[in-house]
Design a protein around this ligand. Sequence first.
Ligand code: ADP
Ligand code: MG
Length: 249
Amino acid sequence: MSPLLSVTGLRKSYGTVEVLKGIDFEVAAGEKIALIGPSGSGKSTCLRCLNFLEKPTAGEIRLDDEQIGMAAGRPMNDRQLAPQRAEMGMVFQLFNLWPHLSVTENVAIAARKVRGLSAKEARELALEMLAKVHMTHRADASPLELSGGQQQRVAIARALAQKPKLMLFDEPTSALDPELVHEVLKVMEELAAEGRTMLIVTHEIAFARDIADRVMFLDGGVIAEQGAARELILAPRERRTQAFLKQIR
Ligand code: ADP
Ligand code: MG
């Protein structure tokens, strides 16, 4: 079976600095992958290249066998890219909800824009997604009234409302107060149990060990080591993986 996502020869430079030096990996439908690595190793850049929030310098990204960002050998513009981006629901470190819209409206707006739903359909879908992240009780609140953990759960609902094929998480808990981390990880765990395909950048190593099928360790612009999650985290082979894991424990 062909993979859901395939990344081949991905490179990204900023000016003369090459941040990604040739990344290759595949993600099967339903697979959970944790991407770990030191600060500045290019984890965010890698995620952002997948949906062309950053334009790769070289390489090919395919989702469901459709090439991202290119049509008939030419780069796509933002309008062409929008439906492809919607297939990859992205959750960032900072949630960036609209403060002047209610929680439900924040989620519904994604569904309306991206999926072209009517206002009523979008609201229904939004409420359904808010239930998934256990935020139904704050549906009419302003994001400003919510804790960071609650805001991040709304941001997850917003990404889900696009009905993506793949969820991308970029350190979704690292801006949160420690006591709020758990509620977000719990929601992610529930999504994982639903069989969703997830690529997660995280420093929560215990979470990666328990949730991910596979872990990739990014260092120096390449995937320095990858393997089954428990194996890689409990018994890393490469010295730099060992050093990294020792340091963040
Ligand atoms: P990580 O997410 O692993 O911490 P990043 O992908 O954010 O790493 O960054 C990787 C490297 O690329 C860093 O050295 C960072 O300074 C650099 N970088 C990221 N974005 C830009 C940009 N827009 N312009 C120039 N350099 C960048
Ligand atoms: Mg980052």
